[in-house]
Write a protein that binds this ligand. Structure first.
Ligand code: AHR
Length: 505
């Protein structure tokens, strides 16, 4: 099987917004409590934050982390999480049928962001609450002292405004499961008025309005049209979410799902253009894909807590998917799609970051380790910054549930102009045949040489990194890819993920 690719410096998609490699942390299960925060843990810092988890997060160089939800945010009172800890109330969390001590709130989260070198993207509750609470929250976080909310923040230990610029206007408001679920018209009006009010406080805020929770929602894509017609002039991004699963245990269909993702992005991009034209706007709204990941392994185990049979536990094990090697290929294909659509997808958040459908796992009182999907996310975040290339790809394909002629080769390419390095992220979706890859690099001159080649492959698609075996799935140095100046060639093993880095000049 052969595939050929042409990469040329004159054919670019876009400069990639670094925020494409952002993440998400929700007050859900053990994401916060015994995830990032565990004061009794041997590695905990003076704020009670786990040092071992922080180190794994830091390595990912994550630009932004979305917080505090998720479904959780739609019944959250941000005021519960500020002020002296001993006075903070324990609340029932209606989204996940648990309870929350509120030991972590916006101050603790912000400090943690600084510790791990990231920035907060905060979500506002537009489910059970509304405009006034949103306004108060933003003033508390960013307002000057000498005003009520700024002074309260100072009294709670932080005189300087936090200066958070990126805000989500609610979460998945199209979903009937959401506390305070609304029609597109109801939500669109509320989001527009909230945006107007927040901008009266600070014009420079970057605002994300809710799009669809997934492409199977009955309201999609009409939801996007209606919500954008209400908000086009006052928001910067529309958010999309999508989760992936292999419930039918059919690998070929599973690995084709990013075709559906690509269509979803394309449809919403067209809807944005439609509304832009209809409203005669000069503004360009883009997509914040602020929840994406594989999520299905833990579904059955979670029923006990979600159905309320366990009462209202604090920080139970929920959504703790153990990711396998097959999921590495899936996550790599998803990230390739975001890179290829980086002209319209400016922000994307892997959901989530620790313990809850996460690349990082942490055992209470025990170790923290990298799940299999940590690696494609890591490589994309570290090497996927620069200009996304519009590659010409010719590859044999196969027919899958979601699309016909899905190419066996899924590939993206990024040019880091500063370092003059090209990086290719490639997946061979064929389960038994190797792919002979040939990349024409003449458009980049004739001095190309391979400087790094990482491979992930495994004879067992279902093998996962677990507490007992934390390194079962890991990348290793690749062999057999070479570049002779203007041409790169080599063989991609069946079911493999490859990162190939080429120095130019
Ligand atoms: O990430 C888990 C949940 O998935 C989030 O709370 C919600 O927004 C989505 O449905």
């Amino acid at each position: 099987m052969r595939a050929s690719v042409t990469a040329h410096r004159d054919f670019a998609v876009s400069n990639i917004d670094d925020r494409l490699y952002s993440a998400f942390l929700e007050h859900l299960g053990r994401a916060i409590y015994t995830g990032i925060y565990e004061p009794d843990h041997p590695s905990a810092d003076k704020n009670g934050m786990r040092g071992d988890v922080a180190q794994l997060v830091r390595e990912l160089r994550i630009p932004y982390v979305r917080y505090p939800g998720g479904n959780f945010v739609s019944a959250y009172n941000w005021e519960d999480g500020v002020g002296p800890r001993e006075q903070r109330p324990t609340r029932l969390d209606l989204a996940w049928h648990t309870s929350d001590s509120n030991a972590v709130g916006v101050h603790e989260f912000y400090d943690w962001c600084e510790t791990v070198g990231t920035k907060p993207m905060l979500a506002i509750n537009l489910g059970s609450r509304g405009l006034d609470e949103a306004r108060n929250f933003v003033e508390y976080v960013n307002g000057p002292t000498g005003s009520y909310w700024g002074d309260l923040r100072k009294q709670n230990g932080r005189a300087d405004p936090f200066g958070v610029k990126l805000w989500c206007l609610g979460n998945e408001m199209d979903g009937p499961w959401q506390v305070g679920h609304k029609t597109a018209d109801e939500y669109g009006r509320l989001a527009a008025e909230t945006a107007k009010t927040l901008r009266a406080f600070d014009k420079s805020l970057e605002l994300v309005v809710c799009g669809s929770s997934n492409a199977d929602m009955p309201t999609y894509p009409e939801w996007e049209r209606v919500v954008l017609e209400h908000t086009y002039e006052s928001v910067d991004h529309i958010s999309l979410h999508m989760y992936f699963g292999n419930r039918a245990n059919h690998t070929a269909n599973y690995l084709a799902l990013n075709e559906k993702l690509d269509t979803y992005i394309g449809t919403v991009a067209s809807t944005i253009d439609f509304v832009k034209a209809k409203t005669r706007s000069k503004r360009q709204v883009t997509i914040s894909f602020d929840e994406w990941n594989v999520w299905y392994h833990s579904n059955a185990a979670d029923r006990e807590v979600l159905d309320g049979n366990g009462g209202w536990p604090h920080a139970p094990r929920l959504l703790e998917d153990a990711y396998n090697f097959e999921d590495v290929l899936q996550v790599a294909c998803i990230l390739n799609t975001f890179i290829r659509r980086s002209d319209v997808v400016r922000i994307a958040c892997i959901a989530q970051l620790v313990n809850v459908i996460a690349p990082i796992m942490a055992e209470p009182g025990g170790p923290a380790w990298k799940q299999s999907i940590y690696f494609p996310y890591y490589f994309a975040s570290i090497f996927g910054r620069g200009t996304a290339l519009s590659l010409g790809v010719t590859s044999p394909g196969y027919d899958a549930d979601v699309a016909d002629n899905v190419p066996y080769l899924d590939i993206s390419g990024v040019h880091d102009a500063q370092a003059n390095i090209l990086t290719f992220f490639a997946v061979n979706r064929h389960g038994s045949e190797a792919l002979e890859l040939d990349i024409d690099l003449k458009g980049f001159g004739d001095t190309a040489r391979v400087i790094e080649h990482q491979v992930m492959t495994h004879p067992d698609l279902k093998v996962a990194n677990t507490l007992a075996n934390q390194t079962a799935v890991a990348p290793s140095a690749g062999r057999g890819i070479s570049a002779d100046g203007s041409r790169l060639s080599g063989k991609l093993a069946p079911y493999s993920y490859q990162v190939i880095r080429v120095q130019l000049g």
